[in-house]
Design a protein around this ligand. Structure first.
Ligand SMILES: *[C@@H]1O[C@H](CO)[C@@H](O)[C@H](O)[C@H]1NC(C)=O
Ligand SMILES: *[C@@H]1O[C@H](CO)[C@@H](O)[C@H](O)[C@H]1NC(C)=O
Length: 384
């Protein structure tokens, strides 16, 4: 039997074929080391390729259910914080006293204003009455404690001295209004525009007040609650020009905005290069994919940002009608002697977005922007 075994061992096996030789070759230490490296290289390569890929976007948005925007503006407000998103609150939020189209609401509101005419004085009352067609007052008041948890409560500036509540929207003269409020509040360094935006501005936010006081202020007709909005096409372009188009790659802000645009996982600690500079189409497509609550304040939906539909706004002014609207606001604040400086007068450079719309917008991009800001177009009555 052992003879059989010996024979079996010494039988020459046929020379291995090509596959066999490769197989045996793989057993060689050098080769197996090389294959491990190869595999690693592959995995790492795919990872980095994906990261790079993530920074680019298809030029045209893919049609898909992108957000619950069919629910309307109130639902968008609801989506910010996710806490209002149930049928009962949505209904109460969506009933707006839209002064522009509701004569009965307008008369009721004017009667409320006249009831406080002694406190307002004739000139302020006249300005307030002039503002009535641009007021947006929700019919049902919302639970203030719940409202205070929304991000717009952290945005709204309250000046008890001025009897005003203002919602700043970036790229819509917000620096100018913050500066004025600081001046009227008596800050000696009100010329410092950096401080106007800084956390040490001294400006009080609605969310810092006790809920009861906040409720009183929101219901008090002598307080002017105002916001200034901008036409969405031009605001989106202005944001793109300022944050991405004209900004130096080396500016740390560029990296910060890019991270917020495409997601930090795609940026990581990699160096940002000129190739990462988004085109306007890529910018629009990236914000189209974001949920309202995720959006950076510079491209966020204005109604979401300021709780339009929740906060009783006595005046929704328009950037397109500055400085007239700014002067009306100053009159309503009892500051008619004050002037409203142009952006260049306070050292601000305009992006000139209004004159560049045709150069940047294709019909497809217009329709994407229309979809993203559909609540703003509807609620703020901008032509689509
Ligand atoms: C809807 O949301 C409001 C506000 O958060 C809450 O008070 C209410 O109980 C909710 N209703 C239902 C049916 O969940
Ligand atoms: C302006 O305000 C900023 C932010 O608070 C501050 O760092 C800076 O020193 C101020 N500039 C002047 C000239 O006071």
């Amino acid at each position: 039997m052992s003879g059989d075994g010996m024979r079996a061992v010494t039988v020459r096996r046929p020379a291995p074929g090509l596959v066999g030789r490769i197989w045996r070759g793989l057993g060689h230490p050098v080769v197996s080391l090389a294959s491990v490296f190869c595999a690693l290289y592959c995995v790492v390569g795919v990872y980095y390729a994906e990261r790079r890929e993530g920074r680019g976007f298809e030029e045209a948005p893919q049609p898909r259910a992108r957000r619950k925007n069919d629910l309307g503006a109130a639902a968008l407000v609801a989506l910010d914080g996710w806490m209002y998103a149930n049928e009962s609150t949505l209904q109460s939020l969506s009933v707006m006293r839209d002064m522009r189209n509701d004569a009965v609401a307008r008369d009721e509101y004017i009667a409320q204003l006249r009831a406080v005419k002694d406190e307002l004085g004739a000139s302020r009352l006249a300005a307030r009455e002039e503002m009535v067609p641009s007021a947006l007052i929700p019919e049902n008041s919302v639970d203030v404690e719940v409202m205070m948890q929304h991000s717009f409560a952290k945005r709204l500036i309250v000046s008890q001295r001025l009897r005003a509540v203002y919602c700043p929207i970036p790229k819509v003269a917000s620096t100018n209004f913050k500066r004025l409020i600081r001046k009227f509040e008596g800050f000696s360094d009100h010329q410092n525009l950096t401080r106007a935006h800084s956390s040490d501005s001294g400006l009080v936010r609605l969310s810092e007040l006790a809920p009861e006081l906040a409720r009183q202020i929101l219901e008090d007709r002598t307080y002017l609650k105002f916001v200034v909005v901008r036409e969405p096409y031009s605001r989106a372009l202005s944001c793109y020009l300022n944050k991405f188009h004209t900004r130096q790659i080396s500016d740390p802000e560029f990296r910060r905005f890019l991270g917020q645009l495409v997601g930090w996982k795609y940026i990581g600690d990699a160096e940002v290069t000129e190739a990462d500079r988004p085109t306007f189409a890529r910018f629009v497509n990236a914000i189209w994919k974001q949920l309202p609550a995720q959006m950076n304040e510079h491209w966020a939906i204005q109604s979401v940002l300021c709780g339009i539909g929740v906060i009783p706004y006595d005046f929704v002014g328009r950037f397109e009608e500055l400085p007239e609207h700014a002067l009306l606001i100053l009159r309503a604040l009892g500051k008619s002697a004050e002037s409203f400086p142009s952006p260049s007068e306070i050292g601000f450079l305009s992006t000139e977005a209004n004159t560049q719309l045709d150069a940047f917008y294709t019909p497809a991009l217009r329709s994407s922007v229309r979809e993203i800001y559909h609540a703003d177009f509807n609620l703020l009555e901008y032509a689509i």
